[in-house]
Write a protein that binds this ligand. Structure first.
Ligand code: F6R
Length: 610
């Protein structure tokens, strides 16, 4: 949510900031803005509603010079998307700030600051930080100590960057609950909410930790922890490629990322096996000892990542010899739950920064879970740093707001988790080797599935005038039906619901008519005959079905049913294989509907606020 970029350099930084914002636009895109201090110590600000391009156009008409600047792309929380609410916010023409997160005590602070004579020009919670820093400057020697005093008064979450036009040689940054990464350049330094923003200018990064405040100049970075003690944060070279943020030959990031899945899965599998056995170290140094002792797995995640956890529950309970529960993070964190003995908490997250998942992990640690494991796509993210163990998916940067390759690589990681725990709880070498063999066939199988794109595209037209749809699956395909429904509603804005097909007659059958397309995922597994009966229930009520079926399952298209034959695959990997046709379907429907595929309305990547 929201994106931050900041720079202190000798050269003009406007282009660097705008390029950084474009690379972060997937995080929030209702308005954007930039503030730059020029060589005459004047603060120049430009803000625009809408996409970052609107800001770039404004800067082209009204160029901004200067080597110190901050920029922001917004996903509105407090106050509508408008120029007045867009960041940066300024106090008394001196202090400029950008902020990600939510200041929970903003109303109280606003009243106090108004009493001191500060005039507010926006509805945002952020503006209080600008005025508070300005107020603190009156009693502090410099911007750093003023910001240190300010953050002590803030409740809630922030990643914030502050400049003062009187000291253009520096910016102050502070992190609590919303990530910030420092980028080290040659005679110039940078800050961003995601290193993706800075890849065109540097490869060397250090993540701030919770409570850190840092002073950044062209030549120095001084970091202080919550207590004001100077600390070092390790700087590392990033392996993410510069063009990870490019669409290449594809029309949308989502399509590119859908097609990247065979490679993402090859990368996720690479180097994890030795002599046809999983190397448990893929989960971290102590993984073997931890997995040996656990008797229960509690999975926590949000959205698409939650769906991968739902599949994992089927796998873990069927194969690994431990019990498993899965819960949505925003529910788990606010209820009193029972903590089973010897339980492992597993969080799943593409970004590793999702506020609810992070809060749920922290709660689980307080509650006394034996150990924690993060399945995550972003090295160095909060979830990874705060967990005992981590399995890194190697999906590469995912820019499209609708998650695709992150989901299927999570599933690969979770199947490996099933193997890893199973190996400590009685899974036979033969079972293990069978699953590994299936996993190895996966990338090629997915390439075969992607070849179905043309026939899936042909179906999309049928959805152009539809307002509702129903997705059905059974067993480990039920979460895949849920994921298909989420993708469709997210990017095409068609209302989509998913049901375990056996539940149809307990209510949803009442919805069936010719206006309600029903999408069914039908691999040839033990449940196929049961699923066929459910299909007949729909057919008998005049429903129109789209069935993604195993080529050997003997489905034929007719007036009531369009069948797309999916290549046969082993049962265990079928949830991953059947995900792709549903991703493609939602993509092509969104194209027909003309929606903004990569940046669907009201959504943002990486939900770092509650
Ligand atoms: C949907 C989607 C979201 C995320 C959810 C959790 O396509 O991407 O539902 O899955 O916001 O995000 P992470 O995985 O970053 O914790």
């Amino acid at each position: 949510m929201c994106g931050i970029v900041g720079a202190v350099a000798q050269r003009d930084v406007a282009d660097i900031l705008v390029e950084g914002l474009k690379r972060l636009e997937y995080r929030g895109y209702d308005s954007s803005g930039v503030a730059i201090i020029n060589s005459d110590k004047q603060l120049q600000r430009l803000r625009r509603v809408g996409k970052v391009q609107a800001l770039a156009d404004a800067i082209a008409q009204q160029p901004l010079s200067g080597g110190t600047g901050i920029a922001h792309t917004r996903w509105a929380t407090h106050g509508v998307p408008s120029e007045a609410n867009a960041h940066p916010h300024i106090s008394s023409d001196n202090i400029a700030i950008v902020h990600n997160g939510i200041i929970e005590n903003h109303e109280k602070l606003r009243t106090q600051l108004q009493a001191l004579g500060y005039i507010f020009t926006s509805e945002t919670d952020t503006e209080v930080i600008a005025h508070l820093v300005h107020h603190e400057m009156k009693s502090h020697a410099n911007l750093l100590t003023a910001v240190q005093a300010t953050v002590k008064q803030l409740e809630g979450a922030y990643g914030t960057v502050i400049t003062d036009k009187n000291t253009p040689e520096k910016m102050i940054v502070a992190r609590s609950g919303s990530p910030l990464v420092i980028g080290f350049g040659l005679g110039e330094n940078f800050i961003a909410s995601d290193m993706m923003a800075l890849l065109p200018v540097t490869r060397k990064f250090a993540f701030l930790e919770e409570g850190d405040v840092a002073e950044i100049t062209r030549h120095d970075v001084n970091i202080f922890d919550t207590h004001g003690t100077p600390v070092e944060r390790e700087a590392k070279e990033s392996e993410v490629s510069h063009d990870a943020g490019d669409k290449g030959e594809y029309r949308h990031y989502m399509l590119k990322e859908t097609y990247e899945q065979p490679t993402a899965i090859r990368n996720t599998l690479d180097g994890r096996f030795l002599n046809n056995k999983l190397s448990i170290d893929s989960f971290g140094k102590n993984a073997q000892a931890i997995f040996k002792d656990i008797e229960h797995v509690q999975i926590i995640a949000c959205g698409t990542s939650y769906h991968s956890g739902m599949v994992a529950r089927y796998w873990l309970e069927a194969l690994s010899g431990v019990s498993c529960n899965i819960e949505i993070a925003s529910e788990f964190r606010y209820r009193k739950s029972f903590v089973p003995k010897n339980a492992l908490i597993v969080t799943i997250s593409q970004s590793g920064e999702t506020a609810d998942t992070l809060a749920a992990l922290r709660l689980a640690k307080e509650l006394g879970y034996s150990a924690s494991l993060a399945i995550c796509n972003v090295p160095g993210s909060s979830l990874v740093r705060e967990s005992d163990l981590a399995f890194m998916t190697k999906a590469g940067a995912e820019i499209g707001v609708a998650s695709t390759k992150a989901f299927t690589t999570q599933l690969v990681g979770l199947l490996m988790l099933t193997l890893a725990i199973g190996a400590q709880h009685g899974m036979t070498a033969e079972q293990e080797s069978c699953i590994i063999k299936s996993l190895m066939t996966l990338p090629n199988k997915l390439e075969e599935v992607l070849a179905l794109a043309g026939s899936i595209e042909d179906l999309a037209e049928d959805f152009a005038d539809k307002h509702h749809s129903l997705f059905l699956g059974r067993g480990d395909q039920y979460p895949i039906a849920m994921e298909g429904a989420l993708k469709l509603k997210e990017i095409s804005y068609i209302h989509a619901e998913a049901y375990a097909a056996g539940e149809l007659k307990h209510g949803p059958l009442a919805l069936i008519d010719a206006e309600m397309p029903v999408i069914v995922v039908a691999p040839r597994n033990d449940l196929i005959e049961k699923l066929k009966s459910n299909i007949e229930e729909v057919r008998a009520r005049g429903g129109l079905m789209y069935v993604f079926a195993d080529v050997d399952a003997k489905f034929a298209s007719d007036d009531t049913m369009k069948v797309i034959n999916v290549p046969h695959c082993d049962d265990i990997i079928a949830p991953i294989v059947y995900t792709l046709p549903l991703q493609l379907l939602s993509y092509y429907v969104a194209i027909i509907k003309g929606t903004d595929v990569d940046q669907p309305r009201n959504l943002a990547k990486s939900v770092t606020v509650e």
